[in-house]
Design a protein around this ligand. Structure first.
Ligand code: PCA
Length: 319
């Protein structure tokens, strides 16, 4: 073992390369499947480079708060990081396309949307010196409340946890009062009465033990939002070319694996909600119609404000 390690280091030295240690901030906790997928990505890279690239993951916003991760990579405070893609929608609505309600609601549609979105956001991020490595969706988003929600009117006045501008708009149009809360702060926000309802995935519901503070879950499957992992372009360009190749290969594997993990979690985590005592119910036709009407209003607003590149994504997706 020692010999192998020494051999690998000696080989790298002979090539003139130096072992690299990277710190990687991520927003979500260690039990989150995204984080587990990224841990595997780091393990794969360590193995592929014989320890030449060693990534340390700082989960749950422990190194940088979620809202600062993108700029930390941009400013080269860290070489690599993960964040929730649609949080950049204030820069360009192209980033928020996956959080528009009822545009892409299945994995198949989410794949198609990502294919349309990827070239556009790659260009937008390149202008900031960032390169996307891989993007993985959360399971479709569902509704967590105390008691069953029969129509949109039942959401009126509820303090509603939000995680981006689109969800804030959705909650507002439903007559609820949105409050921004990071995923890792969800249990605390419910416990202190800051919020009383939320829309998120079954994964985040389970990771935050939602049965401690809500009784009902409706899989409204409203949208399939994504996380993205980006690397600083200059730092990537400075890697040996075989290490660059290893990064790109591990990233492609992580994207494929992540989509599969997400689809598996959509089932197992919904089942886990029920097993832990949450009533999982199908939304009524009236509730669905009401939520879809909100989605239609939001898409009109989106169209009115979207950049040409954002509109190109929608056109390509709807083609
Ligand atoms: N979980 C994250 C983002 C979307 C999701 O399913 C959250 O609730 O913050």
């Amino acid at each position: 073992m020692k010999h192998t390690l020494f051999g690998a280091v000696a080989l790298m030295m002979a090539n003139g390369a130096q072992a690299q240690s990277w710190d990687m901030p991520t927003p979500y906790g260690d039990t989150t499947f995204h984080t587990q997928n990224i841990m595997q990505f780091a393990d794969d890279l360590r193995a592929a480079t014989d320890g030449g690239l060693d990534i340390t993951i700082h989960s749950a916003g422990s190194l940088f708060p979620h809202s600062e991760i993108k700029n930390a990579v941009r400013n080269r405070q860290v070489p690599i990081g993960e964040f929730f893609l649609s949080t950049l929608s204030n820069e360009d609505l192209a980033f928020g396309m996956d959080s528009q309600p009822f545009v892409a609601t299945s994995y198949e549609e989410a794949q198609k949307l990502w294919a349309a979105q990827k070239p556009v956001i790659t260009e937008l991020l390149a202008a900031e010196g960032l390169m996307p490595l891989f993007s993985v969706p959360w399971p479709a988003q569902g509704l967590y409340t105390n008691g069953e929600i029969a129509t949109v009117d039942d959401l009126n006045g509820l303090r509603f946890r939000a995680y981006n501008a689109a969800l804030e708009e959705f909650a507002t149009l439903a007559g609820a009062a949105p409050v921004q809360v990071e995923a890792s702060d969800i249990p605390q926000a419910f416990a202190t009465g800051q919020v009383a309802a939320m829309i998120t995935s079954p994964s985040t519901g389970v990771n935050s033990t939602a049965w401690d503070f809500v009784t009902h879950y409706a899989p409204i499957n409203a949208w399939v939002p994504k996380n993205i992992v980006v690397v600083n372009q200059r730092i990537f360009d400075g890697l040996e070319s075989d290490v660059q190749t290893a990064v790109l290969e591990a990233a492609a594997a992580a994207e494929a694996r992540g989509w599969e993990m997400s689809a598996a979690e959509a089932e197992t985590m919904t089942a886990a909600l029920a097993e832990n005592g949450i009533t999982v119910y199908e939304p009524s036709a009236e509730l669905v119609a009401g939520l879809q009407a909100i989605g239609a209003t939001m898409l009109d607003n989106w169209q009115a404000n979207a950049s040409d590149s954002a509109k190109a994504i929608l056109a390509a997706y709807q083609n």
